[in-house]
Design a protein around this ligand. Sequence first.
Ligand SMILES: NC(=O)c1ccc[n+]([C@@H]2O[C@H](COP(=O)([O-])OP(=O)(O)OC[C@H]3O[C@@H](n4cnc5c(N)ncnc54)[C@H](O)[C@@H]3O)[C@@H](O)[C@H]2O)c1
Length: 369
Amino acid sequence: VTFKLGIVGCGRVVEEGHVPALLALAQQATVVALADPGAARRTAVRELLGSDEIVEHDDWRDLLASGDVDAVVIGLPHHLHVRAISDAASAGVDVICEKPLVNTLAEADAVERALAASDVRLAVMHNWAFNADQQAAIDAIAAGRIGEPFLVRNEMVWGVPYAGRDPSGDWRLHAAQAGGGIVITNAYHQAYLAELEMGSPVVRVHASFGGPEAADEVESTAVITFEHRNGGTTAIQRSWASVGGGVGVHEIHGAAGSIRFHQADPAALNRMFRGEAALPATGEQRPTVELYERARDAWAALAVPSRPWWEGMRVLYERTFEAWRRDEPAPVGIEQARRVLQIVQAIYDSARRGTSVEVAELASSGGSG
Ligand SMILES: NC(=O)c1ccc[n+]([C@@H]2O[C@H](COP(=O)([O-])OP(=O)(O)OC[C@H]3O[C@@H](n4cnc5c(N)ncnc54)[C@H](O)[C@@H]3O)[C@@H](O)[C@H]2O)c1
């Protein structure tokens, strides 16, 4: 079975991530329709897909009503996700949505109700968990190679907000559209990665925001700590206001060893965020992820894949299609997305109140996966 897909929102992530990932899965899925009010955006994506048979729409409701697609890929500005998902559910069309699923837990409730009422399936792009180097690290931790993890360090600072391609302006800088700044657009990913790396849920969050744009609508800079149920701590630093960029750190320390990731050069990172270049492929410069085991007393390469940054998207698409063919839920669905939103909400609450904030265990949902 080949899934017929429509893409709703033809911006930068679709162009640089979804399109190459889907072209690599041509046996499993075909893009047959696009929706975006920007004609130039549709043309750019259609040309990359290399097909003359793709139908273009200004309005996603026309795409959904056409009956041409089994599922839609949503690559819209954040505030439009909830409406597009609800419309897809009403039309009986499955959904593969970019992160964040929606901006708030209340919107997640609305999505859950729409899914339950319609029986459509949902997958969410938590792609950074599915890159080969990240997967190798998670597997090594689960196999006990570093013992019980107690500290995750995840630091990345650079000089400019991610430059999107929306012709109507930069929605990322407006709280009502983006739902926040660097936390919801970027640190979102570190929330699910931290729980996977620690092998333990986050129970308490502390965060403070700052930076030269702190007086503007959305936060540019965030320092975040997570306490995990196993007693471990995650420390996250993110800024898009550090003009020169900084040393990147991504390490997991356990009782019997450590794991570290090689980080992209800060100048290359700045070019990527400005939209001038792609990220270098992983493994291009030196081993991407390394493991230190106490017994061996030395660092050694764990896996040396040379893969583009969107490899995690390809893997997640592939596993989603496989699951759906077996009539099973996608690997990342409403529960995982709601969990990240709980943590993101706790980060914002903590920074606003200046106190630590507890993260409740995820209430088991009656909705579909
Ligand atoms: N998973 C990742 O690694 C990753 C990376 C980057 C972005 N993202 C996410 O992808 C999503 C899109 O981000 P982006 O940087 O590609 O955005 P972008 O600003 O580049 O593009 C947004 C697109 O949506 C279109 N659009 C706006 N209103 C529309 C409407 N009513 N109907 C149809 N199309 C409409 C715009 O014309 C534009 O083409 C966001 O949710 C973002 O957080 C995820």
